[in-house]
Design a protein around this ligand. Sequence first.
Ligand SMILES: Cc1ncc(C[n+]2csc(CCOP(=O)(O)OP(=O)(O)O)c2C)c(N)n1
Ligand SMILES: [Mg+2]
Length: 788
Amino acid sequence: MNEIRPIEPDLGGLETLHEVEQKLLWLASWMIHNANHLRPNRDGLKVGGHQASCASVTSIMTALYFEILRPQDRVAVKPHAGPVLHAINYLFGRQTIEQMAGLRQFGGAQAYPSRTKDGAEIDFSTGSVGLGVALTSFASLIQDYVRAHGLSDPTAPRGRHIAIAGDAELDEGNIYEALLEGWKHDVRDVWWVVDYNRQSLDSVMPDRLFGRFEGLFRDMGWRVISLKYGARLEAAFARPGGSSLRGWIDDCPNSTYSALTFQGGAAWRQAILADMGKSRNIRAIIDPLSDEELGALMTNLAGHDLGTLTSAFRAAAASDQPTVFLAYTIKGMGLPFAGHKDNHAGMMTVEQMDAFRASLRIRPGHEWDRFEGLRAPEAVERFIQSVPYATPLTPSGRRLPAAAIPIPETLPQPRIVGRRMSTQAGFGEILSEIGRAQGESAAMSKRIVTMSPDVAVSTNLGPWINRRGVFDRHTRDDVFRDGKLASAQRWGTDPGGQHIELGIAEQNLFLLLGAAGLSHDLNGVRLLPVGTVYDPFVNRGHDALFYACYQDARFLLVSTPSGITLAPEGGQHQATNTPLLAIVQDRLASYEPAFCDELAIMLRHAFAHMQKPDGSAVWLRLSTQILPQPERTLNAEHVIAGAHWITPPAPGAEIAIAYQGAVAAEAEAAFATLREDVPGAGLLAITSPDRLYAGWRQAQRNRRLGQPATSHIETLLAPLAPSAALVSVLDGHPAAHAWLGGVRGNRIMSLGPDHFGQSGDIPDLYAAYEINAAAILDACAEGLLPAR
Ligand SMILES: Cc1ncc(C[n+]2csc(CCOP(=O)(O)OP(=O)(O)O)c2C)c(N)n1
Ligand SMILES: [Mg+2]
């Protein structure tokens, strides 16, 4: 096994830092070892963990957390370095042995850092590679936003947003989308520290990539700091003949370098001598070294050199320019599989772990002891207490307190009754009214921040933006306005604007919603973020949406237009799966109104719900379908619970029609005909299959626990005869409603497009996809047949 780098007595403060680094390497390795070898395994599955990925980044994290970071900085740690982060928090007294010993166990430390499960020390969750990295850029933008709006304490220092990234994360396209967007918004105070081990999961990366990365970042206005060789190698390069040694390593293909690292000192010697053995200068450098010393020299990369790392970070801290550090490392550094291309999921054996423990002077039974085996435990303890990051951001952790924003009982609203309008248009008008708000709703409107990936105008955000302006750190003129050229949109930007305009990249929208939706925790400033996107392109950003929900970010997503109802716009835009996504996505309460009075209730609910400790983000699916707006009094609680009767069924009724969203008029027309034959039939408006389903599940759970419970949908369906048929219809996949038949055992005929992809007008498409009044009546006829 490769020897751990010996302590160099003349290193001064670095010696202590090196002790910390070795302790972290041990604890991370032990955590994974413990999880895999020392716990009972009930299911025969590999528990897993990534000792090599942790070892690769341990020096970088040591330098950052113990020398550079300040409490206000926010960090996204690459998923596979979770154990290192837990070990760091443990040394700071913010993580328990029980949690670490429970790594990857139910209730224990999570496989990858998780805000919601690992507690208040985690700034950003990670897991889906690339997203955590990009999120730091958007979080920095939001920090600028809240400061520019005077919402946070101006005397508090700005935090730096740091991603500790794996190099394979740079393969993810969302990184480059975020880079472009960051450039447009002139982001600052962002560091991406890349653990450049040139290994991903499967393999060693091609050498040619490096130059590409450097160029790409520079083009986007980033400072690129390449940290390649450590102090000892640099010293060797400075000796006579050293430049040819540098050239030799520079030219050494990544895969060869990795293989030699794995093989160790003798292999290095053989390879160097084969190419440069005739050079007396080279021999003067390598001959006096033992195999072990030669191996240590040749693997002295900057990403493992605490002195090089800390001085590079310190020097870079003087500027707020976004900066990427390409820190060369070796995957598995210091462990027996260092450099081996298959080491991603590699794990030390029990014997190897024993040898590693002995080399660190750790006694069996003392594996978790903080200072066990250290040469100067008191000095290390004193040092840890003295580092800036040791000061907790708040007494209870890294979550800042943020006051809730009062939401008025009813939102300011335009006149709606009697008009013919779509929910999309209604959304634009209500938001515009909110934008005009004075008095009670002014506090709320100040905290709304809208965002959209190049579809602000076509999702009806235009009037809101005209009132509230577009955000930019820099004031930029609106050439059209200043030139008095007629335009409905006023697009000058300034630091007080409340709309953040994004380029057409949906993942960025969801990352920005995620960042804004965590602002209460990260900046101590509650925002009410509203993002608009075309409904089908939720799919394009879905992983980032999932990621935002996973972190419990709070925002309102408005997706519009939706379904086949957008008709002539073209088949490719006609997503039918979004109502299903809306049901299955945790931490996202989803609604689809048919009329604008429902929409107003939902919007109000969204702004309140996203602020509640047990609330969540909210998704509204809207439509361009134009419907006459009814005059009626709604039961807001029913709208929020997921459905309300338009016409309640007579007791024991044999049939009911249930509709969702844009197809309301078709359902109403079918219902009018049905009532002629079946006077007791009911008409149900479904506003949220998601909430209905969640309520039903919860009631079932409660009953199993012996607690009486009846869900909203059970109550609503109770008057129907047990044999009654339900005919349901939505402009989305019918499976979104099919489960309704299971609630009380009713037969269900679910209508909805299960194919898509045709242009046409609404009459043609509703007929072709069987969601028009005639199709609903056909389904009713089938429903009224005696059950087979
Ligand atoms: C979006 C996504 N795709 C795939 C994976 C599976 N995966 C986990 S780590 C990894 C490669 C990581 O390589 P790198 O980022 O270089 O990390 P390191 O070498 O430091 O382990 C892959 C493909 C993932 N976590 N997320
Ligand atoms: Mg890698």
